[in-house]
Design a protein around this ligand. Structure first.
Ligand code: NAD
Length: 441
């Protein structure tokens, strides 16, 4: 970390003085190179993380490519503010300059996707970076490093350190020459990062966990809602911060929803991640699998009913996969709002389904968790979806869809789900310092 910060600091004057267009061209070149090797990257991501090859091929790596292209373009289009004070003969304007060495720390669930979501805006704005991918999933970050020179990224601009959170991560967070930390990971780690960085008054962006509700009103189009809610619950083995884990269904359609949802969940194929027909691969680790399974046990002990998946259906795996960390998509009903399964982030293929009666009631229940990252609302009543979206304590609200992202707009959570936002304007503001200049004429 010490050497990486030194290299980043040394490269900063040269990189920050390049024009946005020069930097943009390099980012585009890097995007082209990753895209050229998309299949190798996808294979590595799937093998390293356990996710299906289909997910890596269609989501992870294309998005990593797009992150570079998006910020290569958006960095060319920012403008700053200007104001005139005629009575005192002054004109004011603002300037934005890169901050310096940015520390970037990312998690294991969407490895290259989330790492590049930070590297791209940071270097597009003229910063140099020291990035630390998760120790669980470092392979694609390593592969990207090999392309940096070919893309024309000058030495010292992007430094990647491979190591654990407690050693490499913390050294980065505590380093006096790293004024900015952009972190995506758990709320617990964010608390530690906040504490450790406090003596240096660092600028922090924290993208953290979620306990995301889906609210299904009785006028919802279930033909759209059911397949999307299956994906929002179980995509990437439920290991996405935006995954749904509490489904509130209006009482009139509750039985029908549960019947159809469970029937579809049972069709999900779990197993060999390299098989393109498989819907769900393996969880990240043995410890994590045990943690997720324990939540199901806790719910059962509290009187909840497991409708399908863990403990009630048998998981059939090929001989080669028997020792893998696989688990069936699991749906739990009759769970109390205050139970751990309805309050804590599980981060696995487990979703709870409960009934509600009124709009006011469901808003209150959806908001009664410490997190506030994402929510989905299913209804064909346009007035209602606007009303509910406004009242949900959630950084993102999807209506009649899930995971549709315009990268121009802010991404981030409320409450324990984070501090700060990422997106075209938000990342630009985070990775630059603003100054106000006043000129008397
Ligand atoms: P984690 O907090 O354990 O680790 C995240 C990163 O932080 C890793 O690189 C890790 O090595 C590092 N780290 C750990 N301890 C550290 C320390 N003391 N100092 C500095 N760095 C440290 O999270 P995880 O288990 O890798 O990822 C899962 C979590 O990430 C979930 O809570 C999930 O919701 C969250 N997440 C949030 C978003 C979002 O955008 N809001 C996206 C993806 C994942």
């Amino acid at each position: 970390v010490e050497l990486a910060v030194k290299a980043a600091k040394a490269a900063f004057p040269m990189w920050s003085s390049k024009s946005p267009l020069e930097r943009s061209q390099i980012l585009n070149k890097l995007a082209d190179l990753i895209e050229h090797d998309l299949e190798e990257f996808a294979q590595a991501e799937s093998k390293d993380q356990g996710k299906t090859i289909t997910f890596a091929r269609t989501i992870d790596i294309p998005r990593a490519v797009y992150n570079f292209r998006f910020f290569a373009s958006s960095v060319l289009h920012h403008t700053t503010e200007c104001s005139e004070m005629t009575t005192v003969g002054c004109v004011n304007y603002t300037l934005r300059t890169p901050v310096g060495v940015a520390g970037l720390i990312s998690p294991w669930n969407l490895p290259l996707y989330l790492l590049t979501w930070k590297i791209a805006p940071a270097i597009a704005c003229g910063n140099t970076v020291v990035a630390k991918p998760s120790e669980m999933t470092s392979v694609t970050a390593w592969m990207m490093c090999k392309l940096l020179e070919k893309a024309g990224v000058p030495p010292g601009v992007v430094n990647v350190v491979f190591g654990t959170g407690s050693k490499a991560g913390e050294a980065l967070v505590c380093h006096p020459d790293v004024p900015v930390i952009s972190f995506t990971g758990s709320t617990l780690t964010a608390q530690r990062i906040t504490e450790k960085s406090a003596p240096h008054c660092k600028r922090l962006s924290l993208e953290l966990g979620g306990k995301n509700p889906a609210i299904v009103f009785d006028d919802a189009d279930l033909t759209q809602c059911i397949p999307t809610t299956l994906r929002s619950s179980f995509a990437n083995q439920g290991e996405i911060c935006l995954c749904t884990s509490r489904i509130f269904v209006q009482r009139g359609i509750y039985n029908e929803f549960v019947k159809r949802f469970v029937a579809e969940a049972k069709k999900w194929k779990v197993g060999n991640p390299s098989d393109p027909t498989v819907n769900m691969g393996a969880l990240i680790s043995k410890e994590h699998l045990e943690k997720v399974k324990n939540y199901v046990k806790k719910a059962q002990a509290e009187g909840a009913r497991v409708l399908c998946g863990e403990g009630v259906d048998s998981l059939v795996l090929l001989a080669d996969n028997q020792k893998g960390y696989f688990m069936l998509p699991t749906v739990i009903a009759e769970v109390k709002d205050e139970s751990k399964c309805m309050q804590e982030e599980i981060f696995g293929p487990v979703t709870c389904v409960v009934a509600f009666d009124t709009e006011e009631e469901v808003i209150e229940r959806a908001n009664c968790v410490k997190y506030g990252l994402a929510a989905t609302v299913w209804s064909s009543n346009v007035g209602r979806v606007h009303r509910v979206a406004r009242k949900l304590q959630s950084g993102l609200v999807w209506t009649n869809c899930w995971l549709v992202r315009d990268l121009n707009l802010p991404f981030g959570g409320m409450k324990a789900s984070g501090i700060g936002r990422e997106g075209a304007k938000d990342s630009y503001e985070f990775f630059t310092d603003v100054k106000t200049i006043t000129i008397k004429h």
